[in-house]
Design a protein around this ligand. Structure first.
Ligand code: AGP
Length: 614
């Protein structure tokens, strides 16, 4: 997610904007820029890399001193991180500047229209089209706010936009759809930002903008309307967080914030990839349909939580795409004599795109002439550069070491790839792919629903803080979920935890069961009756031996009630999509239990967010 700051008032705008961007650095970014209005001129500066690079550019060419401006830190979604793609973006006349957070789904069509009309666009971004659309709307009359309203009515996707124009030298205009935008209300000055951390050093009086709203910011006041120009209801509030809490959105830890961001992250990862006809469009993958038709084997390489996403991908790829799929720990793969060929598709999953084990596996596969596809959350990281194609997750920066929202968006990415291959190869009829895609589009609300019911999970976690060990069981895609739940508990609570395929219990692990031992069981949907009944038997077996059973099952699944000491209900979803809802309670469980033990869940001991060594 990008960082946005806007200002108009009595102070030097550049100082306020740069200070605000510095407050937003925690969000992670790959480039930064500012736009300032002074003496009737628009001055912009932008640089790839950290704020220090932008400061250097501003020292080399100091902009005119003014009291109105805006700034941006970019988390790249469209176009690699470089000076050209950094924000702000300007129109042909150089009198309109725009900064943006989000994804404009229909930017390609808009860009085509603009270029047809003679506009020159120089970046790879979706944002630049907005500057030129505003240019055209301003020509047809009205002020910047009216122009912004007309442009926003043409945009599809998630966007927070802030713009300035030399024709309105005392006005900053913002627009919000989905991505957050807050107003800081000062005395003779006003602020705009993607989160309050940017301005609470100056004012704690804020206005949260709602969906499809336009804000006009002047030194003397703030006006909020909807996209049609009608006055809009706004929610004013007083920010009582300190700066550190503000960076975490009011949460005590980034991990809690990132768990809460999962519905948005899932929605953003779907954005722009589902056509109006329900067909998938993954053209940014840069692997042609013909090449996909020639693939005869898929190998997934990854580490840790990303490896668990790969295990779930296997079930989806085999079921929908009808292709053999192996999943390998990246650190093991490169020492195996794997049999690869140009018709093998190797998919490397990595949130950071910098995990050395994953990179070395990719290089090993490259030597074997395999086709390489990366699934990554960081635009411009090493992994995408070393793959033939990439599918970015749009989770936004994941600061906490323990991966949560990145994992859920990796699942969305692997579902999209499996369904896309099915669509290309015809292994699933259009209506089946279409139906599953429609279900995928409803997953953000399902994840939201899970998040609303987590208090009993937190209470349970606190009650188990003194335990030495927790086991996790699952079948089918519930098995990788069990592994992920165990990993979260290990890395956060420093407890012994182990995930098992429930069918394996009788082959040894059941000897571990003793009175009071907490065992979490992930139960498949009732629709998978054979699988479901077998795991209910497993629950009976461990309960009979004294285990404390913590059961995660579909809401209303009465068959497990007699054997569950604690029953956690999740929304009913198809089996393959169930990890999107069953993983969330395990994230919350591990985070709460670790917090109860006094651990820093953002920075667990011995761990790094990206393991850049082998
Ligand atoms: C997950 O919570 C851990 N932080 C770790 O297992 C992580 O998933 C693994 O190191 C892989 O990282 P990557 O996705 O950035 O490659």
């Amino acid at each position: 997610m990008c960082g946005i700051v806007g200002y108009v008032g009595g102070r030097p705008a550049l100082d306020v904007v740069i200070e605000g961007l510095a407050r937003l650095e925690y969000r992670g970014y790959d480039s930064a820029g500012v736009a300032l209005l002074a003496e009737g001129r628009l001055a912009t500066a932008k640089r790839a890399g950290k704020l220090v690079n932008l400061r250097g550019a501003l020292e080399e060419e100091p902009p005119p001193a003014g009291t109105l401006g805006m700034g941006h830190t970019r988390w790249a979604t469209h176009g690699p991180p470089n000076d050209r793609n950094a924000h702000p973006h300007v129109d042909c006349t150089g009198t309109v500047a725009v900064i943006h957070n989000g994804i404009i789904e229909n930017f390609a069509a808009l860009r085509g229209e603009l270029e047809e009309a003679g506009h020159k666009l120089g970046s790879d971004t979706d944002t630049e089209a907005v500057a030129h659309l505003l240019e055209d709307e301003l020509k047809s009359g009205g002020d910047l706010a009216a122009a912004m309203r007309r442009v926003c009515r043409r945009l599809e996707g998630a966007f927070t936009l802030v713009a300035v124009h030399t024709g309105d030298p005392d006005l900053v205009v913002g627009a919000r759809r989905n991505s957050p935008l807050v107003v800081g209300v000062g005395d003779g000055e006003n602020f705009l930002a993607s989160d309050v951390a940017a301005f609470i050093a100056h004012t704690r009086d804020a206005i949260e903008l709602g969906q499809d709203q336009i804000v006009e910011l002047r030194a003397g006041g703030v006006t909020v309307t909807d996209f049609e120009g009608r006055p809009a209801e706004v929610k004013e509030y007083h920010v009582d967080w300190d700066v550190s809490a503000a960076e975490k959105g009011g949460y005590d830890y980034f991990m809690l914030k990132e768990i809460a961001e999962q519905p948005r992250a899932v929605a953003d990862t779907l954005l722009g990839r589902i056509g109006t006809d329900g067909r998938l469009t993954l053209d940014e993958m840069r692997i042609s349909d013909q090449e996909l038709r020639e693939v005869d084997k898929i190998i997934i390489v990854a580490c840790g939580t990303s490896f668990h996403a790969g295990l779930i991908a296997k079930y989806a790829i085999e079921h929908w795409a009808g292709l053999p799929c192996e999943v390998e720990l990246a650190s093991e793969f490169r020492y195996r004599d794997a049999i690869l060929s140009p018709t093998t598709l190797v998919i490397a999953i990595s949130q950071s795109g910098e995990t050395m084990d994953a990179l070395m596996a990719v290089r090993h596969a490259r030597e074997q002439k395999a086709k390489l596809l990366g699934i990554c959350n960081v635009n411009g990281s090493t992994l995408p550069r070393e793959c033939d194609g990439v599918l970015y997750t749009h989770a936004g920066p994941e600061i906490a070491v323990a991966s949560t929202k990145a994992f859920l968006t990796q699942l969305v990415a692997v579902y999209l790839i499996a369904l896309y291959i099915a669509q290309v190869r015809g292994t699933k009829w259009g209506d089946e792919v279409f139906a599953m895609v429609q279900l995928l589009e409803r997953m953000p609300e399902k994840v939201e629903k899970v998040l609303e019911t987590m208090e009993p999970v937190r209470e349970l976690a606190r009650s188990l803080a003194g335990e030495r060990c927790v086991l996790f069981l699952g079948r089918h895609v519930g098995f990788p979920v069990a592994l992920e739940g165990a990993l979260k508990l290990k890395e956060l609570a420093y407890m012994h935890a182990e995930g098992f395929a429930a069918g394996e219990l009788k082959h040894g692990p059941i000897a571990l069961i003793e009175s009071g031992l907490p065992v979490v069981v992930v139960v498949p949907p009732r629709a998978r009756d054979v699988l479901h009944d077998k795991i209910v038997s497993n629950i009976q077996e461990i309960r009979a031996r004294g285990a404390r059973t913590i059961v995660i099952a579909e809401e209303g699944d009465a068959s497990v009630e007699p054997y569950a000491d604690t029953l956690i209900g999740v929304p009913a979803v198809p089996t393959l999509l169930q990890p999107l809802v069953t993983t969330v309670p395990l994230q919350v469980f591990a985070c709460e239990l670790a917090t109860a033990k006094g651990h820093d869940v953002d920075q667990p001991r011995n761990l790094a967010k990206s393991v850049t060594v082998e």
